[in-house]
Design a protein around this ligand. Sequence first.
Ligand SMILES: NC(=O)c1ccc[n+]([C@@H]2O[C@H](COP(=O)([O-])OP(=O)(O)OC[C@H]3O[C@@H](n4cnc5c(N)ncnc54)[C@H](OP(=O)(O)O)[C@@H]3O)[C@@H](O)[C@H]2O)c1
Length: 268
Amino acid sequence: MMEDAINWLRPLGKSGLEVSALGLGTVKLGRNQAVKYPQAFELPDDTSASALLERARELGINLLDTAPAYGDSEQRLGKLLAGQREHWLLCTKVGEEFGAGSSHFDFSPAHTRASVQRSLRRLATDRLDIVLVHSDGNDMDIIGQSGSLETLAELKLEGMIRAFGMSTKTVTGGIAAAQLCDVVMLTYNLETRAEQAVLDACLQRGVGTLIKKPLASGHLDPSVEDPVQASMDLVFGQAATSAAVIGTIDLAHLEANVVAARRAIGAS
Ligand SMILES: NC(=O)c1ccc[n+]([C@@H]2O[C@H](COP(=O)([O-])OP(=O)(O)OC[C@H]3O[C@@H](n4cnc5c(N)ncnc54)[C@H](OP(=O)(O)O)[C@@H]3O)[C@@H](O)[C@H]2O)c1
């Protein structure tokens, strides 16, 4: 039992936070426009979303990933998590805004600070556990020129956030972020392993990693026998992986993902 707990709850690098091996991504709680999932979907109502969060919690998940760009995901979480804030680690982002069907980006210090303050209000909390810069793909420009990461470092010193980092889209950006951040969020799955060097850099520096799109956003290869298990084996085969953040609004999928992740880390 002790070993089980040790495997499932994992240090997020040197941040001092302990994340469950699986996190729940919440794009599908707030946004169903301009997304790249294989099938169109309806946003779940409050009853279904509450049931999903409750089941996630029962299954030992303590990490929720959201963003201002995920439609009204933050506002919904703020409402649905009332009275249970202490259980969760909340990860949100800054830099991307989504409205009228498309995204725009602002990585300036002023917007970064205002965005964090808005996330605190929307999530109905006085601190954010993790805040990531939500890259538009120009990772190195954001890191070198925008001041966004520096602002997040200030907000951490001020006590508004507990850890900060960047959700990167390039190998060079991911490696650069690993020199400056507590956490890097990166893509790694059966279809896309190009960011292996980012994982290596994070491992070397003791930086926490959150794997986004671990199931290739649902574009699973039908020729793979058990693609969910194969995906979890791949992701957790990496010593650098802190947690895999899977986006689902399907209870059966949530449960299957936890079984597969536990098997992959040897905690089943
Ligand atoms: N730029 C960024 O910062 C960024 C970008 C992308 C993602 N993210 C974060 O990473 C999270 C995960 O990425 P993602 O949502 O794009 O992709 P993902 O987790 O790889 O895949 C989610 C898709 O797979 C389906 N799925 C989940 N479990 C399944 C199972 N057991 N069997 C079959 N299908 C399953 C989901 O549909 P059902 O709802 O039907 O289960 C959904 O369509 C996001 O939710 C978000 O929090 C961040």
